[in-house]
Design a protein around this ligand. Structure first.
Ligand code: C2E
Ligand code: CA
Ligand code: CA
Length: 529
């Protein structure tokens, strides 16, 4: 739309051009054209004017023309302005009415017809996969019944706002087809796992507590997912398939379900396990067990290693090798480690003495730039002394991104946190790594104590001597027999861990064992001098 200034400039240019044209016509007329026209028309001779009269004629003509143009010019300018204003009003009204026709009046999200039209346009080229998620709020009628329809409307608006705030991948389209249902379309190469992640993120938003009327409610939802073109190729059929998945999920008591025919049995099982594991983390089913680490010289407990266990409501206690790999592949390792440490730091307040907490850290987490900041935040939140925290890393963290690992280990050291090299002797670390990295402790892997071979024994002696000469503490893992413990103590190994001293146990059992042991535990910082 042109501005007022532009219109004024155009008007003045037209005005000036007209005057110049008139001036030139008058000039040509009186000095040249008039004589020719008179002669050609046989009108005799034109009036014999002197030059001053001719110029007066030219200027008078031009001036009259200028005066004659002022009023029509102003009128047309006003008319143009008015037209422009009306045109603008018309455009705004059209935009408003388009918006109203496409929008759900309550939530401001796309309404059903407009959502379906957009979905149809996405499916049309069939170039990319589009997943449709139908989110149905469970038992929403109860809110209307308990708090009234106004509160129910408010709840739907809040949920819509929260769903809108989820930063979903796949260029999301969000709509409300009606009632207590929402729909989200995601386009792109999204794996079933990506889709479950997205669905979980949306679900978490719905599950946030809501202030509703005079009460506070926590809602649940069921999400059905269907994928085009795998399951349907038209928008209508895709919506029907997603509704079908949602109803199936509800019948089976699940929260999220992808249309089964889209997935292989293995994929569906994998997706189900991932979903279950995520829930387990959310519900605090992954808990820390503690295994004592003792001083081999006097058998006092100096610290504990945190070992994750899944307290499965049906299967009972699940060992870590059954769920740690999936946790790692889902990228949930940082979250799980933080949860375990959080609980462990809280549990440790009840224990006598000041034993250290050793936590297993995977390569991926140690390579995370924010790793040390997260550890610092945990220490600060619990006012837990950094010297009582020990991170156990395995040798495979030393293979890749050594620079970041080195940086993070140095930072941990500056904070006062100790670092121990777990499963020592089974991986790739060389003397190069041991000399360069800030490592305080070596944990000799239990595989070295399997047989009573002379060769093995010599290797153990060598490792103990090497650790000691580098100023590191040495721990032997997996000690099950007294004989081995005595021999290792004699060989100069500082600490021991194994079933002989205690199996991994829950917090309460560790508490009892610490209380019943007569002597006071030592601190982790009691590294050999
Ligand atoms: P790890 O870090 O080497 O932990 C020591 C493992 O040896 C534990 O198995 C422990 O129960 C077992 N163990 C201890 N003493 C004895 C013994 O005397 N005899 C025998 N046969 N075994 C003994 P667990 O708890 O099943 O853990 C297995 C592995 O799972 C751990 O090996 C660790 O790599 C991983 N893991 C456990 N919890 C976590 C965790 O919170 N985070 C990470 N990243 N990994 C964990
Ligand atoms: Ca360990
Ligand atoms: Ca180990």
């Amino acid at each position: 739309m042109r501005t007022k200034g532009y219109l004024l400039r155009q008007g003045l240019t037209l005005f000036a051009a007209t005057l110049v044209t008139l001036f030139l016509i008058a000039l040509v007329w009186v000095f040249w054209l008039e004589a020719h026209v008179f002669r050609f028309m046989n009108w005799g001779t034109p009036p014999d004017l002197d030059n001053a009269s001719r110029w007066r004629f030219i200027l008078t003509c031009t001036a009259f023309a200028a005066i004659a143009m002022v009023i029509p010019g102003l009128l047309s300018l006003r008319l143009t302005w008015r037209l422009r204003h009306r045109y603008r009003q018309l455009l705004a009204a059209r935009a408003r009415s388009n918006h109203l026709a496409q929008q759900d009046a309550l939530t401001g999200l796309m309404n059903r017809p407009w959502f379906m039209a957009r979905l149809h346009a996405r499916l049309d080229p069939q170039l990319e996969q589009t997943a449709l998620l139908v989110i149905d709020i469970n038992a929403f009628q109860a809110i209307n019944d308990a708090y009234g329809n106004t509160a129910g409307d408010y709840a739907l608006r809040r949920i819509a706002g929260r769903l809108n705030s989820v930063r979903a991948v796949g260029d999301p389209l969000l709509g409300r087809p009606g009632g207590d249902e929402f729909v989200v379309a995601l386009t792109g190469a999204l794996s079933p796992r990506d889709l479950l992640d997205q669905a979980q993120a949306l679900l978490r938003q719905v599950q946030q507590p809501l202030v509703c009327g005079s009460g506070r409610v926590t809602l649940e939802a069921t999400i059905g997912i269907a994928i085009a073109p795998l399951h349907a190729t038209s928008a209508d059929r895709l919506l029907a398939a997603a509704y079908g998945a949602m109803h199936d999920a509800r019948n089976r008591g699940e929260r999220i379900l992808i249309q089964e025919s889209c997935l292989s049995q293995a994929q569906q099982e994998d997706a189900g396990r991932a979903q279950r594991l995520r829930q387990a983390l959310d519900h605090g089913e992954i808990v820390p067990f503690y295994q004592p680490v003792v001083s081999l010289s006097n058998r006092e407990t100096v610290g504990v290693e945190i070992l994750a266990r899944w307290q499965h409501p049906e299967r009972g206690l699940v060992p870590p090798d059954e769920f740690i790999p999936l946790i790692e592949s889902l990228g949930l390792m940082p979250e799980m480690t933080r949860c375990l440490l959080d609980t462990a730091m809280r549990d440790s307040r009840q224990w006598p003495g000041a034993c250290f907490l050793a936590v297993n850290i995977t390569a991926s987490y140690l390579e995370d730039e924010s790793f040390t900041a997260q550890m610092a935040a945990l220490l600060e939140a619990h006012a837990f002394p950094a010297e009582r925290l020990e991170v156990e890393i395995t040798e495979n963290v030393l293979i890749e991104r050594l620079d970041v690992v080195q940086q993070n280990l140095s930072r941990l050291h500056e904070m006062g946190v100790h670092v121990s090299l777990d499963d020592f002797g089974t991986g790739y670390s060389g003397l190069y790594h041991l000399a360069r990295l800030d490592i305080d402790k070596l944990k000799i892997d239990r595989s070295f104590f399997d047989a009573e071979e002379i060769r093995q024994d010599n290797l153990v002696r060598l490792m103990i001597a090497m650790g000691r000469s580098l100023g590191m503490a040495v721990v032997a893992e997996g000690i099950e027999e007294e004989r081995l413990a005595a021999r290792l103590a004699q060989q100069g190994c500082h600490f021991g861990q194994g079933y002989l001293f205690g199996r991994p146990m829950p917090a309460s059992a560790l508490h009892d064992s610490l209380v019943s042991s007569t002597s006071a535990p030592l601190a982790a910082s009691n590294l050999p001098g």
